[in-house]
Design a protein around this ligand. Structure first.
Ligand code: PLP
Length: 507
């Protein structure tokens, strides 16, 4: 081996700059022209596979610049663009451009934010980001927590902290089964599937979830919550956590948080809020009442990769008393010399969650919060909500659309053919089929991307606007597209029926 080692991974400084500048040029152009492109090309998995090819693991290397020119072609021309102004699907946001630059910088420094000693500045930045998120939603800045990969993980972390806090202390040694009467979980029917994953994965089982019915506006019925808890306690069970939704994933409804908080106080239960999607809206002064009770939560999940427009992935667990996270996750193996470096105690994030080595996902959030400030977010979140309202109003006014729900920045609606009300042949089943087919068509067509929601048995189209690029014009055009495609789909279905009828006659 030569004295000065040459490795195939190192890129010459000149090449690094050349590729880097070119890449930045391409990304800049990509963002500049994003609205002229289709939201998706609608390519099938096998088409995508054919474009990618089936090459075996390369034996020898290829130059970085060759790899980049092929990869940018693959990704820029064959991806679904959630940064497009007409992408309003699921809860996937347009990514802040500063986030892309932040991720590049974070990867270049590559701090391991599991331990302070490995990431002195990055750890401090994560800590500050978490404090800013607490300030953002208006809870005490003494809440602590950790950034994780997303909403599911943020909720899991909180769930585990709750369990540690509310179970007998010997759970750590003896395990769940031998430690406690059956521990029960209370969540409304509108709760995201993370709760089922948590119940299964953490050893409680699905039967440990008490599904509390929701009222007509999709909020947890607090009276039925109290009844369920009373009944379980009488039977010797051990209720331990209640999950409130602050923006349920389907319709954006915010539970009555202060009522749930009061119940949790009375029964000494852990009050967790799943605010993965909706919690950032608490920053709007005019919505203060809607989120009343939030500051009483023992834990809160919030997803900066949703309504704070951070690129994937980043979620956040906030815990009122972060000691519960330490009690849950901390251990001190002999092979870590993480606590003896300075006089002061070190903040080691591996002790606050499931991960050990951790990336610097805080940076993109921290930078975006500074780029636009709280005021910038207030403006963008408010605009998203106003646009969702506009969509609801336009749908309400249109003779061929039914506006179904509007909460926060989520609007649900469906296409109803003209004359439907007078035509008994078209029942609800037909409308559901029509709207499901319409949604599939829209999701592949590339003009607009919506998702779906089932609301009181109605199959609805669902627009969730966590997109700072969407404008009034987009919303007006989306209404036109939905109506146009809805008519086409209806005609198509009618023709099929006609052919079916004719087939029968001919037989
Ligand atoms: C999106 C969402 C989740 C899951 O978050 P991920 O980031 O997708 O893991 C959980 N709860 C609610 C309310 C959500 O909107």
């Amino acid at each position: 081996m030569a004295i000065n080692r040459e490795t195939p991974l190192e890129i010459s400084h000149d090449e690094f700059k050349r590729i880097g500048y070119q890449l930045i040029d391409m990304i800049s152009y990509f963002i500049e022209t994003i609205e002229e492109k289709p939201v998706t090309w609608g390519e099938t998995p096998s088409q995508i596979q054919a474009i990618l090819g089936n090459g075996a693991l390369p034996e020898a290397g290829t130059s970085a610049s060759q790899i980049f020119s092929r990869t940018t072609e693959l990704l820029l021309n064959h991806s679904l663009l959630n940064g497009h102004p007409k992408f309003l699907g699921y809860v996937t946001s347009s990514a802040a451009p500063i986030g892309a630059l932040a991720d590049l910088l974070a990867a270049a420094i590559n701090p391991n934010v599991g331990a302070n000693i490995l990431s002195p500045m990055a750890t401090a930045i994560e800590k500050q980001t978490i404090r800013w998120l607490a300030e953002f939603i208006g809870v005490s800045p003494t809440y602590g927590g950790i950034l994780v990969s997303g909403g599911n993980m943020a909720n899991f972390n909180a769930f585990l902290a709750a369990r540690t806090a509310k179970s007998p202390k010997r759970i750590k040694e003896s395990g769940l089964v031998n430690s406690s009467p059956k521990m029960l979980i209370y969540a409304s029917k509108a709760t995201h599937t993370w709760i089922e994953k948590a119940a299964v994965l953490f050893g409680h089982g699905l039967n440990a979830i008490r599904w509390i019915p929701t009222d007509a506006s999709n909020k947890m019925n607090t009276q039925l919550l109290i009844q369920a808890i009373d009944k379980d306690k009488k039977r010797g069970k051990k209720p331990f956590i209640v999950v409130g939704n602050a923006g349920d994933v389907s319709t954006g409804a915010v539970d009555n948080l202060s009522e749930i908080a009061a119940v949790c106080k009375t029964y000494e239960l852990w009050f967790h809020i799943d605010g993965a999607y909706g919690m950032p809206a608490a920053v709007l002064p005019r919505l203060k009442d809607l989120f009343n009770g939030l500051e009483e939560a023992d834990s809160i999940a919030i997803d900066p990769h949703k309504w704070l427009y951070a690129p994937l992935e980043v979620g956040c667990t906030l815990v009122k008393n972060p000691q519960h996270l330490l009690d849950t996750f901390s251990s001190h193996p002999t092979y870590y010399n993480f606590n003896n470096q300075f006089e002061e105690p070190a903040l080691n994030y591996y002790e606050y969650g499931l991960q050990n080595s951790r990336g610097f996902r805080a940076l993109k959030v921290w930078m975006a919060l500074q780029q636009v400030g709280k005021d910038g977010y207030i403006q963008m979140i408010n605009d998203d909500i106003e646009l969702a309202k506009l969509l609801f109003e336009l749908a309400n006014r249109h003779p061929e659309l039914e506006a179904v729900t509007h909460n926060l920045s989520i609007t649900t609606l469906r296409y109803i053919p003209l004359g439907y009300l007078h035509d008994h042949k078209m029942d609800e089943a037909y409308l559901n089929n029509l709207n499901e087919k319409l949604l599939n068509e829209l999701q592949h067509g590339g003009e607009v991307f919506l998702s779906n929601a089932l609301i009181t048995e109605k199959y609805c189209l669902r627009a969730c606007i966590v997109n700072f690029r969407t404008s009034k014009k987009d919303i007006e055009e989306i209404v036109e597209i939905v109506v146009h495609k809805g008519r086409e789909m209806h005609q198509k279905l009618q023709r099929n029926e006609v052919t079916e009828d004719m087939d029968k006659k001919n037989r």
